[in-house]
Design a protein around this ligand. Structure first.
Ligand code: C5P
Length: 266
């Protein structure tokens, strides 16, 4: 049995540069990863099975359209390896801008790679076909993403930086948020992510105004540095200068009914 953590993905900045003829958008984004996430367990088995557990498991179906089973099918088509029993412990909210299904798919590929001696480097083309964020999640370390987000350039991250993720409990459709982007190119990714933006914040806030409340509450937290929405939302994050101020923010925000994850960047 191989266990892989599907680390939550953050976009420390996300600049949308153009709409593409293929319906996707040209991005420049700074990916970072959080130490915690969903947990994927894979073991060889007589027959394929897929079990979903965890606090957010009930929101998913085990049917064929799940990215985990699609990743496993794509792996087998390419590398063989037989049948597997796969368990997904869904600890992170779904459709929430922090990787979710993409991270689960990448963790599944990594686990299958360990079981069958396939290096991560050999699986990027499969990852690319599974979704725009899957290559970044397969890489699993800080990187700048260009193109759809799949062209990766490794960068030094902020390992150990305390982070708080907050989701107000509304699922937001990535496709709809991109569709509502106003088409204005506001310029490239700066070297310092604090000078950057998430261009998907305005369209996501129009769909889910509660994102404003989350961003405001995080910005008002003592010791919070960078405060931003991740991906297409609705999860927002704050980076903190120390663990004590992060944990104080958790206490201050408790009682608002929001999902929170106190963790650190890897
Ligand atoms: O690649 P993935 O299937 O995860 O993307 C989900 C949706 O998000 C796409 O169908 C598209 O509408 C939107 N998207 C986009 N531009 C990107 C990535 C995603 O428009 N670079």
């Amino acid at each position: 049995m191989v266990t892989e953590i599907a680390k939550a993905k953050l976009n420390l900045a996300l600049h949308v540069r153009a709409r593409r003829p293929d319906g996707y958008h040209e991005l420049e984004t700074l990916f970072a990863f959080v130490a915690d996430g969903d947990v994927v367990q894979v073991e060889p088995s007589e027959a394929d099975s897929f079990t979903i557990t965890g606090p957010f498991g009930a929101l998913l179906s085990g049917e064929g359209d799940n990215l985990v089973t699609r990743a496993a099918s794509a792996f087998r088509e390419r590398f063989g390896g037989g049948a597997h029993a796969i368990t997904l412990d869904k600890r992170l909210p779904v459709a929430s801008g922090i990787g979710g299904g993409s991270a689960d798919a990448a963790a599944t590929l990594r686990a299958l790679g360990v079981l069958h001696g396939v290096a991560v480097d050999e699986m990027f083309d499969i990852a690319d076909r599974l979704g725009s964020d899957v290559p970044a999640c397969l890489f699993g370390r800080s990187a700048i993403g260009r193109g759809r987000g799949e062209q990766l350039e490794p960068v030094a991250g902020l390992p150990g930086m305390p982070v708080l993720l907050v989701n107000p409990g509304v699922g937001v459709s990535t496709a709809e948020v991109f569709r509502r982007w106003d088409g204005v190119d506001r310029g490239p990714l700066p070297v310092d992510p604090r000078a950057g933006r998430n261009d998907l914040e305005p369209p996501a806030r129009a769909i889910a105004p509660v994102i404003d409340d989350v961003l405001e509450a995080l910005a008002a937290s003592q010791g919070a540095g960078l405060v931003r929405m991740s991906g297409s939302g609705a999860t927002c994050f704050a980076l903190f200068e120390d663990v004590a101020s992060r944990d104080a923010a958790v206490e201050a925000l408790a009682g608002r009914g929001w999902w929170m994850l106190a963790s650190y960047l890897t």
